[in-house]
Write a protein that binds this ligand. Structure first.
Ligand code: ZN
Ligand code: ZN
Length: 273
């Protein structure tokens, strides 16, 4: 049976809203200080297709109280749960497969690692894995940085318009780092150090966002949204700490967006890995 293609239009869903003041590494085009990322919640052909909107926040005055919603989604996991971000700057390095042969050889020399780092014996048979997982690219949602290859080998990211090497713009990840990860956010780390009430970095603007969602009956945590059934749970419990956004890409991968450093108006591209 042939199914006719859908001819109507489908509203896109908001996925991320980032202000330059919060994320100085955003590399916004001249005149823009706000990035809004939306996606169509259907596979195109293997993941949602994103659209980028660079704006000047001061010109955004007419805000819809009931934004359009798509009548359907391919998967529930294409509807992100509201999260309030506490951005943190970190330094990343490329995957070992994207380094020169000389660097790769150095990374593979286990005795050098042993001399420099303690607690790495789990990785003795695969020092490259230690480098990739603990030092190179951070897991989870992030701006900039490097790809975490796993599902595929590294592939070139070339601008479809001018051929320049593209930069990573935003990663929408299925999973944040686990408890054993060396990439734990500062806030989680600090909470562990202090056994008292958890510290909060929520400023007045963050509180305004939390109040906005609460007024609509949606509970928001200041370090990430929890799953739907936990809406009645007290603040501070988080049943899915590795999936605060509830987004799933493929069978648990990352969707990473790339932009052209030579000309921000060139079309962006995206990969799943
Ligand atoms: Zn679509
Ligand atoms: Zn380009």
């Amino acid at each position: 049976m042939a199914i006719a293609p859908y001819e109507g239009s489908i509203a896109m869903l908001p996925v991320a809203q980032l202000y330059l003041r919060d994320v100085p590494d955003l590399h916004a085009p001249e005149g823009a200080d706000l990035l809004q990322v939306l996606w169509c919640p259907f596979d195109h052909p293997i993941m949602p297709r994103t659209a980028l909107f660079w704006r000047s926040a001061a010109t955004v005055t007419d805000i819809l109280t009931t934004p359009p919603e798509p009548p359907a989604m391919q998967f529930d996991n294409y509807l992100p749960e509201p999260c309030l971000l506490n951005p943190e700057q970190v330094t990343e390095y490329p995957d070992h497969l994207e380094l020169s042969k000389e660097f790769q050889e150095q990374l593979g020399t286990w005795s050098e690692w042993q001399a420099a780092v303690t607690d790495v014996d789990d990785y003795a048979s695969s020092p490259e894995e230690f480098y990739d997982r603990e030092l190179a690219a951070a897991p989870g949602w992030k701006v900039g940085g490097w790809p975490r290859w796993g599902a595929t080998d590294p592939t070139p990211r070339l601008c479809p318009a001018c051929g320049s090497d593209m930069d990573a713009l935003l990663t929408m990840a299925t999973f944040e780092g686990d408890d054993d990860s060396s990439w734990l956010p500062n806030e989680v780390f600090e909470d562990r150090e202090h056994t008292g009430p958890s510290s909060s970095h929520t400023g007045p603007e963050g509180q305004a966002v939390i109040d906005f969602f609460r007024a609509q009956g949606i509970e928001v945590h200041d370090r990430g949204r929890v799953t739907r059934d936990a809406r009645v749970a007290p603040l501070g419990t988080n049943p899915a700490p590795r999936q605060p956004t509830a987004v799933q890409i493929g069978s648990g991968y990352d969707q990473q967006l790339y932009i052209c450093p030579a000309a921000p108006e060139h079309p962006h591209s995206e990969l799943m890995h």
